[in-house]
Each structure stands twice: as C-alpha cells, then as structure tokens.
Design a binder for this molecule. Structure first.
Ligand SMILES: Cc1cc2nc3c(=O)[nH]c(=O)nc-3n(C[C@H](O)[C@H](O)[C@H](O)COP(=O)(O)OP(=O)(O)OC[C@H]3O[C@@H](n4cnc5c(N)ncnc54)[C@H](O)[C@@H]3O)c2cc1C
Length: 434
C-alpha cells in the first residue's frame, strides 16, 4: 500500500466474498487506490461448514466478477482454466460448484490481489474534520501485535454475519453444545458421541443433519433433529421466485416506505431461510435406504418443537422442549447439541464511534441510500459504503452472492463518478411495480 500517511481512496473492512469481489473489480479501475483488511490470516469462507458434498446455492456465474465483467482474469472460468479443471467441470454438467471449490477459487483470487491484507483487524474509525476531511482507521496487526493508523477518503463495510446462538444455549461446554458454523471443528467429537441432536431447520442444520446421518452407521450414535417450525420446509426456489434476487426487485423494494419493507421482509423467510430441495431429497433418500429390510432407525425428526431450556446432567444435556400445537412439555436427552439457529448481521462496534456522523432509524439501524452509502447527518465528501446489515433497506437479496457483483458495480460507479459499469434497468420477466 506504500506510504501510510497518504490518503487512500477506499478502505475496506472485512474480506468475505462481497469485498473480495469489489477488490477484484477495482483492479481494472486504476484511478481508485484501495486497501482491504481482513482479521483472519487468509481468505476462508465459513470454514466450519465446508462439508464435503455441499455446494454453492447459486450458479457459478455469480462468481466474484463475471456479472460485471465476464472478461475478467478473476472469473471462475479462468480459475478452472488455470487449474486444468475446465473439462472436469464441463463433464460435471452442473451450474453450481462444490462449496469447497468456491472457497479455493476465492483464495486463488485473494492471493493475486495486493490490495487485500490479511491478519489485520479494523478496531476503530474516526471521522477527522480537516481542510480535506478523511476517515482515520485503526488496524490491529496480529503478527506484529501493533496498531497502525490508515487514512482513507471513503470506507466500505463488508463484515458479513456472525452465528446467532440463543441465550439458552450459551455458556455450555463448547465441544458439546455448538453452532452449526463450528461443525467441522467438532466433527471428531460427534463421531465419539452416543447421541446427537440438531436444533433448527435451515439449510445449515439440514446439511449437518445429512452429514451426521451419512456417518451414523460407522459411529452408532442416536441422531435427532428438532425444529420449532411447522415442517422441514423447503426453500422457495422456483425460477419466477428467484427473480426476487434481482436488481429489479432490490430497486422496487428500496423505494417502499420503511414500515412496509419491515412488514414484507418478515414474510419472506422461505425465499432464503428454508432448506434446498436437493438437501431434503438426499436426507429422505438416505432414510429410505437405511430402513430397507425393516431395519429400525435410531433417528428422530420432530417439528413444532421449541427448546426452552438446556441443562447439563452428568455426561448428557437435558433439553426442556414443548410441542407447540399440543402444548405438551417433554424432556429430550442428548450428549451433543448442534444449534442451527442462523446468523445475524455483524455490525462492528466501532461504527458507534460514527454515531453522530450517521443517520439512524428508530430501531437503531443505520439509514442506507439507494447506492449503498450510509446516510450522513451532514454531508461530507467521505462515504461509508455497506454490504452488511442492509436487509432492512435493500431486502431479501442483501446476503445473496448473486447480487453482490451488482452492488459492487453501483458502488464503483458512485466512487469513480463515472459509469464504469453499465447498470441494466430490466433484468427479469416480471414487473414488481405498477
Ligand atoms: C454456511 C453458509 C453458506 C452460504 N452459502 C451461500 C450460497 O451458496 N449462496 C449465497 O448466495 N449465499 C450464501 N450464503 C450467504 C452469504 O453469501 C455469505 O454469508 C457470504 O459469506 C457473505 O459475504 P460477506 O463478504 O458479506 O461476509 P463474510 O463472508 O461473513 O465475510 C466477512 C469477513 O469480515 C471479516 N471481519 C469482520 N469484522 C472485521 C474487522 N473489524 N476487521 C477485519 N475483518 C473483519 C470476517 O472475519 C469475515 O472474514 C451462505 C452463508 C453461510 C453462513
């Protein structure tokens, strides 16, 4: 990055797919001098969930660059070429790639970008009022254990999400009671357990359950799956409903009144929170195979069940549960409990130091402009662009990989003040507005 006293055009916080895509696209925009900081020592995409057999839930076209620039050297197709995997992917005859391959592809891109710095945590930000105002960003370097100050004209937050663990499950030994996000770190422990319970029925819970079901014969544990939901519900993946993950729907949703947006978003769970049909099919097929010849399964699947309390007793955990329709309480016992209760936006604490600089709504959420800039209480030439925590403003597609490149096109056009990327107004067949 050169001289740290220089003012860089853009400082990125976090290097997940969203900021990595921005960093890759900015390689073709020479007038923007950007630097991105990531606290991990290398790019690693949800490592606890890189289970063999899991795949990306979007086509490979939603890689880091293709939807903005199919000619980019950072495309997935170029990754395949460089790794001599083009024919292998061609004969795979799929549009999606294994999740582990997406991680490897992103690592390959990150390894080529000088603007991406790893092992560096952004710990604080100040807005400095000067003749030429700027952001002063404090960055902790885990190798030197020192804090460095970097000056930037603009910032972009790509801090992603963190696992959401209900308070009733917290404070237990973490090798026994853990979030699906940590599954692979505890897989060995699962293999040694006498009984395992997965709680929740989103995609992650289903993937963990499927993996444990596959391994059950080798390790002989009892396996249960509990969910509060009325069913193991599938994600709404029909082609016309996928159009909700388009720039067109984002634009439509954005201009609605905030109250309406909150109301709509609360009804859209199955567009992004349910289980992929192929995962449900795999699970059902496994159960069917395992039951051939009248074999009794040591497996339980239970819907409508709320886990209200968990207590350690000896080597096991007692889960106080309630069947919500029958209003019947019961106790369920398990040696390992895996909590698949989703993720919540990771809004860094330091954003509060910009509290008076930014506009907030009555729910304590920052206000976001249509071009992903945080709204300021009084205008300055310094922008904070955001990828994270924008579902309330930009809707259900905010965490979808298929929209990240579009968002980066909008951000780059604004940042440069010129139409680097053409933004198409009509991308889908249906109209959302009249
Ligand atoms: C298991 C899983 C699978 C998913 N699969 C899909 C899928 O197939 N398709 C799809 O469309 N979406 C998927 N998603 C949703 C979404 O695409 C991902 O969550 C994606 O990782 C979001 O990218 P991101 O860049 O916002 O955040 P993240 O990938 O969460 O990255 C944020 C990064 O910021 C870093 N960071 C945070 N704070 C700081 C700081 N102060 N300083 C420095 N670094 C910091 C973190 O260490 C992290 O590496 C999935 C989500 C999960 C959890």
């Amino acid at each position: 990055m050169g001289n740290r006293n220089e003012l860089v055009d853009l400082i990125g916080v976090g290097i997940g797919p969203f900021n990595l895509s921005l960093a890759a696209l900015l390689e073709d925009v020479p007038e923007i001098d950007a630097v991105f900081f990531e606290q991990k020592s290398q790019f690693d995409w949800h490592p606890g969930m890189l289970i063999e057999g899991t795949k990306l839930q979007v086509p490979f076209l939603a890689d880091l660059v293709t939807m903005a620039n199919p000619k980019s050297q950072y495309s997935f197709l170029n990754y395949l070429t460089e790794h001599d995997r083009m024919y292998a992917f061609y004969f795979l005859q799929r549009l999606d790639m294994p999740r582990r391959e997406y991680n490897d592809y992103c690592q390959w891109v990150a390894g080529q970008l000088d603007s991406c710095k790893f092992g560096k945590t952004v710990v604080n930000v100040k807005h400095i009022e000067a003749e030429e105002p700027y952001f002063e960003v404090e960055v902790y370097d885990s190798e030197t254990e020192s804090v460095e100050k970097i000056k930037g004209k603009n910032m972009v937050l790509g801090t992603g999400s963190t696992p959401g663990m209900p308070s009733s499950f917290r404070g237990m030994p973490e090798d026994d009671v853990f979030h699906t996000a940590d599954f692979r770190n505890h897989q060995k422990r699962c293999r040694e357990a006498k009984s395992i319970t997965v709680v929740g029925s989103g995609q992650s819970a289903a993937e963990v359950f499927r993996e444990l079901l596959k391994e059950q014969r080798d390790h002989h544990y009892r396996l249960d799956w509990l969910t509060r939901s009325s069913g193991f519900l599938s994600m709404e993946e029909s082609k016309l409903n996928l159009e909700h993950f388009s720039p067109d729907y984002v634009n439509y949703f954005y201009q609605l009144p905030q109250e309406k947006k909150d109301e709509i978003f609360a009804t859209q769970d199955l567009l992004y929170k349910g289980i992929s049909m192929h995962t449900i099919t795999d699970i059902y097929n496994l159960l069917y195979e395992m039951s051939v010849g009248g074999e009794t399964l040591d497996v339980g699947l239970q819907t409508l069940t709320e886990v209200n309390e968990i207590k350690k007793e000896g080597n096991t955990y007692k889960l106080k549960c309630e069947q919500r329709e029958q209003e019947k309480e019961f106790t369920h016992e398990s040696e390992v409990v895996i909590v698949g209760t989703g993720y919540r936006p990771n809004i860094p604490e330091f954003i509060l130091s910009l509290e008076s600089f930014l506009q907030w709504d009555e729910h304590g959420r920052y206000k976001v402009g249509p071009d992903y800039r945080l709204k300021q209480s009084s205008a300055t030439p310094n922008e904070v662009y955001v990828h994270s925590g924008i579902s309330h403003s930009h809707g259900v597609g905010s965490t979808n990989l298929g929209l990240a490149v579009h968002r980066n096109k909008v951000i780059i056009n604004h940042l440069t003040g010129r139409p680097v990327y053409r933004i198409s107004e009509q991308n889908v067949f249906q109209n959302f507005e009249v």
